[in-house]
Design a protein. Structure first.
Lengths: 312, 285
């Protein structure tokens, strides 16, 4: 197990290293002088030279890469061109908002999805199962940003049940501001998780420990809830870990639609002002988040199912 | 040839017998029809401005109202379908072709090449899709080609991995070993003998991938980083509707519903195709 964990995290580090290097080289390979783009056409040559030196762009490319990695290892992602603040500070100031949103989305969608899937599996091929299946497929088909826009239109603008803008102050206000964006991100997951749990429930229900529990005369309700469901929700853990990338992507859109602070809003704002250090920093952090959560999902999977350890 | 045609016929009949599949076929059919004949269907020029009748609600003259520049929303929705497919089809087929080639090489070629290609796939997959798209757009600027490139790049690994797994399971089967012992080249083995066994699975994946691609194009256009105005895209409709959500809410509905419908249609079609082509796949997902 330890062997598997080391290999898996080694692979993650390698992937992260290649991804970051590619990102770095891509930014340097862009046609046009980044300094000129940032300062605009009317900047004086002195100002341009000053910024070029400040960004380290006068060094050869391999040296820039080395300096970049040296700084990265010290937790330094560079400096914001306009405000002069550290990119690490800016990104980590926004990150909690995004994580809060992702967590809320997973929480409600997984709870509902598991309940729906378990119910459908306990009553297979009934009308309710069929309806749940149809709803599941339809939910899966709803892109988060479209749901976000329609939810904004109906619940915030038209009915005015929930706030349309921002993240709020204080616990209850923040929760109030989370409802619509978390709804939009989580909706497609409800259907996905429900289908997953239903399928794995049906498989587990046929296994011997469930049959034994039944044979002991344990109430059907308890058999389903305790003995079958506990095993059947394991795939959900993996799916959420691997789905971190989708969740992050949806969060970007939800943050824009609801004008919430967060990584997504930070990136979009930085793109329009061509603030490369911030774009780079945010993409790096979100990629790291994704890579780590995928690795964790693999580890949990391997911990629970020894067969997965040799599959890679 | 005769045999494969009847096989294709059987697949279509199989999909049409499944109620969800039939629904998918109809929705996709309508969208494709509207996209092909958009020029004859639209009641107004989708990019013609008419300031006098700007921001009008739905009426008999303008079924879905008009936007802030007086453009007819219904015409833009229809023309937007054409743009969506223009991005989705080349991107999906391009990604499938490249992923298939790389995946087969990874599965059949030497071990070091396999490792290298897998690292390449894993690296691309490690970027959250939208973040990758945003980074690329920030660097090379928004355009239709950028969107196609981003979509292709992000979905190559999916096709590549499936093609690789299929190739790995087939590479030691008897008909491949027989071919190899007769001295067939790698290109011949992969192109003539492997390909027909893999392509069906990939086609199902492609059908299920199209909605993701349509949503990504619309999403980027919504952020103002996709196709350039005044090109009518569903995402651009949403963008206009979002900025004036209190004045022209019908734009949000007009841009949002076709995306949901298209997603539904292709998902139904893809799932039904999967069940007909290869019922085993159902368990793998």
């Amino acid at each position: 197990m330890l062997n598997f964990a080391t290999r898996r995290f080694g692979l993650s580090l390698l992937i992260l290293f290649v991804a970051v290097t590619v990102m770095f080289l891509m930014i340097r390979a862009v046609p046009g002088d980044p300094v000129q783009i940032m300062l605009g056409p009317r900047a004086t040559p002195e100002l341009q030279a000053q910024l070029t030196a400040a960004l380290g762009l006068d060094q050869p490319i391999w040296k820039q890469l080395l300096i970049f990695y040296g700084n990265l290892l010290q937790g330094d992602l560079g400096t914001d061109v306009f405000s002069g603040r550290s990119v690490t500070d800016i990104v980590f100031q926004q990150l909690p908002y995004t994580l809060e949103l992702i967590f809320a989305s997973i929480l409600w969608s997984a709870s509902l999805g598991i309940a729906l899937g378990a119910y459908a599996a306990a009553h297979p091929n009934t009308l309710i199962d069929r309806i749940a299946a149809a709803i599941s497929v339809s939910f899966v088909a709803a892109p988060a940003f479209v749901v976000a826009l329609l939810a904004l239109l109906v619940f915030a603008v038209h009915l005015q049940w929930f706030p349309a803008i921002g993240a709020g102050e204080g616990f209850w206000d923040r929760l109030d501001h989370l409802v619509l964006p978390a709804f939009a991100i989580g909706l497609s997951w409800v259907g996905y998780i429900a289908r997953l749990v239903r399928a794995s429930m049906l498989e587990v229900m046929g296994e011997s420990h469930v049959r034994t529990a039944r044979a002991f005369g344990i109430a059907e309700r308890r058999v389903v809830m305790v003995y079958a469901l506990r095993i059947a929700i394991l795939p959900v853990v993996t799916v959420i870990g691997v789905g971190m990338g989708f969740l992050l992507s949806s969060a970007v859109f939800a943050e824009i639609v609801f004008a919430r602070p967060g990584l997504g809003k930070l990136v979009i704002d930085s793109i329009t002002t061509r603030n490369y250090p911030i774009v780079m920093g945010s993409v790096l952090i979100s990629t790291a988040l994704f890579v780590v959560s995928t690795a964790l999902a693999d580890l949990i999977n391997a911990l629970l199912d020894p067969r997965a350890r040799t599959a890679h | 040839m005769e045999k494969s045609r009847s096989e294709l016929g059987q697949i279509i009949v199989g999909v049409a017998r499944d109620p969800l599949g039939l629904m998918g076929l109809i929705i996709v059919g309508v969208i494709v029809f509207c996209a092909i004949f958009a020029y004859w269907i639209v009641p107004y020029d989708p990019i013609a401005m008419d300031i006098k009748s700007r921001m009008q609600g739905p009426s008999a003259a303008h079924l879905l109202g008009t936007d802030q520049l007086g453009r007819d929303t219904f015409s833009r929705v229809i023309a937007g379908g054409q743009v969506a497919l223009k991005v989705a089809l080349p991107a999906v087929f391009g990604a499938m072709a490249i992923g298939l080639t790389l995946g087969m090489i990874a599965g059949y070629g030497p071990k070091w090449l396999d490792n290298l290609l897998m690292l390449f796939f894993d690296t691309i997959r490690s970027f959250p899709t939208v973040m990758f798209a945003l980074a690329v757009v920030a660097l090379v600027g928004p355009s239709l080609q950028t969107v196609v490139f981003v979509v292709m790049a992000t979905s190559i690994p999916t096709y590549g991995r499936v093609a690789r797994t299929q190739t790995l399971t087939l590479r030691n089967s008897e008909f491949i070993l027989a071919e190899r012992s007769m001295g067939a080249s790698m290109a011949r083995i992969l192109g003539v003998h492997m390909l027909p066994n893999i392509i069906g699975v990939l086609a199902v994946l492609a059908a299920m991938d199209i909605p993701t691609v349509i949503a990504l194009e619309a999403g980027l256009s919504f952020l103002g980083l996709g196709v350039k105005p005044p090109t009518p895209s569903w995402g651009a409709l949403l963008k206009d509707g979002y900025s004036l959500i209190r004045q022209t809410p019908w734009l949000v509905v007009g841009g949002g519903l076709p995306i949901i419908l298209a997603t539904l249609g292709f998902t139904f079609l893809g799932e039904s195709l999967r069940d007909v082509v290869d019922p085993k796949l159902r368990k793998q997902r």
